[in-house]
Design a protein around this ligand. Structure first.
Ligand code: GRG
Length: 298
C-alpha cells in the first residue's frame, strides 16, 4: 500500500472536471434545445471520468497542473461519451441502459442520439483549440489534435470498434482480441495520458513513457471490463451485465477464462506501474489508479 488517498484525489479531480464540463456544454436552452439537452443528458449522467482524470494526472506527472489541461480533459470525456452513445445504438450494441439511466436513443430517438454523438466529437476539438491559451507553448496544440484524432479514429477507437463488430459470433484468435482491446479502449486512455504530459510541457521521453503506461493501463481496464460483464450486475455497472455473452462477443474470459484474465489484467497494470516509476513521487496518483483499474467493481 502506498498510503496515497486515491478516493480523495479522484473526488477532487472529478469535481474539477464536472464543473468544467458544465461550463463547456451549451445550456439546455441554447437553440436548438433538443440537441443540447441530449448532449448534457449523456455527459452529465456521471461516469467515472477516468479519461479526463488521466489527462490531469499525465500533466501532474511532469510537474504541470489541472488548470493547464482542463479543456482537453473535457474533450477526452466528450469523445468517450460520444463513443458510448453511438455504441449503444440499435445498429451497434443496442443497449437500453448506460450510466444508470436509459440510453440516449431510448430517450431522444436514434437521429438525435447520432447527432448528439457527432456534436460531442466536434465540440471536443473546439475545446482542444481553446486549450492554446493555457499552455506555455501553443505549438503543442497541433500535436495534441493529431494525437487525439489518431486515437479516436480508424487507427484507434473506431478501428477497434470495426474489428469488434466484424468479430461478433466468430471464434477469433487471442491476438485479434488484444488488437480490439488495444484499439477500441486503450488508444483513448493512452492518448489521455500522452496529451496531459504533452500540454503540461513534458519532453518527448516523458510523453513516450506516459503513452506506454497508458497503453498498459488501457488494456488492463478493458480486460477488467470484460470480467465485470460476467460478474457484475445492472446496479453495480449502471448498464446491463452479461451483454457480451448474449451478443457472442469475444472477450478475455471467453478466450482465456476468468482466472487467467484476472492475472493478465494485474500483469498489465504492473507493467504500467513499472513504466511510471521514472516519474518518481509524482507518479503516485497514476500508480494508485493502476491498482484501482484492476480492483474496481464498476
Ligand atoms: C462507436 C466509434 C465507436 C466506438 C465505440 C467505447 C466503445 C467503442 C464502445 C463502448 C462499449 C465498451 C465496452 C467499450 C469499451 C470501453 C469501455 C470500457 C467503456 C466504458 O468506459 P467507462 O467504464 O465508462 O470508463 P464511464 O461511464 O464510467 O465513463
Amino acid at each position: 500500500m502506498s498510503g496515497f488517498d486515491l478516493q480523495a484525489y479522484l473526488a477532487e479531480r472529478r469535481a474539477l472536471v464536472d464543473a468544467a464540463l458544465e461550463r463547456a456544454l451549451p445550456s439546455e436552452h441554447t437553440p436548438p434545445p433538443t440537441i443540447h439537452r441530449a448532449m448534457r443528458y449523456s455527459v452529465m449522467a456521471g461516469g467515472k471520468r477516468l479519461r479526463p482524470i488521466l489527462v490531469i494526472a499525465g500533466a501532474e506527472a511532469v510537474g504541470g497542473t489541472a488548470a493547464m489541461v482542463l479543456p482537453t480533459a473535457c474533450a477526452l470525456e466528450m469523445i468517450h461519451t460520444y463513443s458510448l452513445i453511438h455504441d449503444d445504438l440499435p445498429a451497434m450494441d443496442d443497449d437500453d441502459y448506460r450510466r444508470g439511466r436509459l440510453t440516449s436513443h431510448k430517450v431522444f430517438g436514434d437521429a438525435v442520439a447520432i447527432l448528439a454523438g457527432d456534436a460531442l466529437l466536434t465540440l471536443a476539438f473546439r475545446l482542444v483549440a481553446d486549450n492554446a491559451g493555457l499552455v506555455r507553448d501553443p505549438r503543442v496544440i497541433r500535436e495534441a489534435v493529431a494525437e487525439i484524432a489518431d486515437a479516436a479514429g480508424t487507427l484507434g477507437m473506431v478501428g477497434g470498434q470495426v474489428v469488434d463488430i466484424e468479430s461478433e459470433g466468430k471464434a477469433i484468435a487471442a491476438e485479434t482480441l488484444e488488437y480490439i482491446h488495444r484499439h477500441k479502449t486503450a488508444a483513448l486512455i493512452r492518448a489521455s495520458l500522452r496529451v496531459g504530459a504533452l500540454l503540461a510541457g513534458g519532453d518527448a521521453k516523458a510523453v513516450a513513457v506516459a503513452g506506454e503506461a497508458g497503453g498498459e493501463l488501457g488494456l488492463a481496464f478493458q480486460i477488467v471490463d470484460d470480467i465485470l460483464d460476467v460478474e457484475g450486475s445492472l446496479e453495480e455497472l449502471g448498464k446491463t451485465a452479461g451483454s457480451d455473452e448474449r451478443k457472442q462477443k469475444a472477450t478475455y474470459p471467453a478466450i482465456h477464462g476468468l482466472e487467467a484474465s484476472r492475472r493478465q489484467a494485474t500483469m498489465h497494470a504492473e507493467r504500467a506501474k513499472e513504466r511510471l516509476a521514472g516519474f518518481g513521487p509524482r507518479s503516485a496518483p497514476l500508480c494508485a489508479l493502476a491498482d484501482y483499474v484492476v480492483e474496481r467493481k464498476n
